[in-house]
Unconditional design. Structure first.
Length: 346
C-alpha cells in the first residue's frame, strides 16, 4: 500500500474551528498524537511564497502544514514544541523532550530520557538516546541532555548514561558527522566536530572546539582538551592536552596553530604556547619539574589552561613523537603555517 509522503494542509477556518487542541490522528496503532498548534498570523503561508504572504492578502488563502509525518510514531506523552518537524518513519519515545525548531529526519529514533534544546537537526537513520552498551546497565531510567544548534548526521549513535544520577551531555553548536558514535556518560562541550566514523568510548570528555577527525578512536575515560585536533585514523588511550595535535597512537606532533588562529588567540599567546609545548613535551624533563618551571615562566590565559589540564590528568598524557620528513629531517609541526594555508581541517 502506498503511503502519501506529504504533510496534510489545513485552512485557517479548520484551525479556528478545532480550537487550541488542534491535532492529527495517527494511524500507526499507538493512539492519537495531539498537541496545540499556535494560530497563524493573518496573511501567513507555510509555503513561503504566493499571494498569502502579501500585505492585505485574505486570510482564507493561507494554509498551515502540520509538521508530523503520518508515518511517524510519536508517543502521546512525548513533549514536542509545536515548531518541531518530524519526518517519515521516525520513532519518538515517551520520555523525549524537543525544543523549538528541531528537525527530525526520516527513520530517526529518539529514545529514553532525552532532553534536547532548540534548533537541533537529526538526519536520516540516527539513533539518539538508546540504552548504553554496558553490561552493568540494568534498565535504569538514565538520561541524555542536548543543547542547542547541534547537527547529527546520518546514522550517528549517541547513548544515554549508565546511571540515573549522571547524564550523557552534548553541548551546543556541535557537528557530529555520519556514522560516528558517542558512548554513555560522555560529555561534549560546545563547537565540537566529530568526523565520520570516529568512536568515543564511555565517560570521555571533549572540551570546547576540539576536532576529532575521521575514524579516530578515543578510549573510555580519556579527556580531549579544548582546541585539540586528532588527525584522521589516530587513536588515544591517554589524555590529549589542549591546543595540541594527535597522530598515530598516543602521539603528539605539535600545536593546532590553525585552530588557535580561528579562535582568535593572539600571536603573542601562540608564541608562548609554542615555548610551553617545547618545555613540557620536548626537553625530556620529568613532567612535574617541567610544570613547576612553566608556572614561573608562562602567565597567559591559554598557557594556564594547558598547565591546569596537565596537572589534573589522571590517565597520563599523550607525548611528543618526532615525525621524520623524507631525507631524515624532523618536521617542525608547531611552526606557524602561512596565513593562506589556514584552510579546512576536515
Amino acid at each position: 500500500m502506498a503511503v502519501r509522503a506529504v504533510h496534510r494542509s489545513f485552512s485557517l477556518e479548520e484551525v479556528a474551528a478545532a480550537g487550541s487542541g488542534f491535532g492529527v490522528t495517527g494511524d500507526w496503532g499507538r493512539g492519537i498524537e495531539k498537541r496545540p498548534v499556535p494560530p497563524p498570523a493573518a496573511g501567513w503561508s507555510s509555503h513561503g511564497k504566493g499571494k498569502a504572504n502579501r500585505p492585505g492578502a485574505r486570510p482564507d488563502h493561507a494554509r498551515v502544514h502540520f509538521m508530523i509525518h503520518p508515518t511517524a510514531i510519536v508517543d502521546p506523552e512525548a513533549r514536542l514544541d509545536p515548531t518541531v518537524t518530524v519526518g517519515p518513519y521516525a520513532v519518538i519515545g515517551r520520555d523525549v523532550e524537543l525544543g523549538p525548531h528541531c528537525i527530525v529526519g526520516p527513520h530517526v529514533v529518539l529514545w529514553g530520557r532525552l532532553r534536547a534544546g532548540a534548533h537541533n537537526r537529526f538526519h536520516a537513520g540516527c539513533v539518539i538516546g538508546d540504552a548504553p552498551q554496558d553490561l552493568k546497565y540494568k534498565d535504569a531510567p538514565t538520561g541524555l541532555v542536548i543543547g542547542d544548534h547541534n547537527v547529527f548526521r546520518e546514522h550517528v549513535t549517541v547513548h544515554r548514561s549508565n546511571r540515573p544520577e549522571e547524564d550523557t551531555r552534548i553541548g551546543s553548536h556541535n557537528f557530529l558527522m555520519a556514522h560516528c558514535h558517542v558512548a554513555h556518560n560522555c560529555v561534549l562541550g560546545d563547537h565540537v566536530i566529530v568526523a565520520n566514523g570516529a568512536l568515543l568510548g564511555g565517560h570521555v570528555t571533549v572540551e570546547d572546539r576540539a576536532f576529532i577527525s575521521g575514524n579516530c578512536l578515543v578510549h573510555q575515560f580519556v579527556r580531549v582538551g579544548t582546541l585539540a585536533l586528532m588527525q584522521g585514523g589516530s587513536a588515544i588511550s591517554l589524555d590529549l592536552p589542549p591546543f595540541t595535535v594527535a597522530w598515530g597512537d598516543n602521539a603528539l606532533c605539535g600545536l593546532n596553530v590553525v585552530g588557535l588562529r580561528r579562535a582568535g588567540i593572539s600571536a603573542g599567546e601562540r608564541l608562548e604556547l609554542r615555548r610551553l609545548y617545547r618545555l613540557l613535551f620536548r626537553q625530556g624533563l620529568p613532567l612535574r619539574e617541567a610544570v613547576q618551571q612553566a608556572r614561573q615562566r608562562f602567565s597567559s590565559p591559554a598557557a594556564q589552561i594547558l598547565l591546569q589540564f596537565v596537572e589534573n590528568s589522571r590517565r597520563g598524557l599523550c607525548r611528543h613523537l618526532s615525525r621524520q620528513r623524507p631525507g631524515g629531517a624532523e618536521a617542525e609541526a608547531e611552526a606557524e603555517p602561512p596565513e593562506d594555508s589556514a584552510g579546512s581541517r576536515g
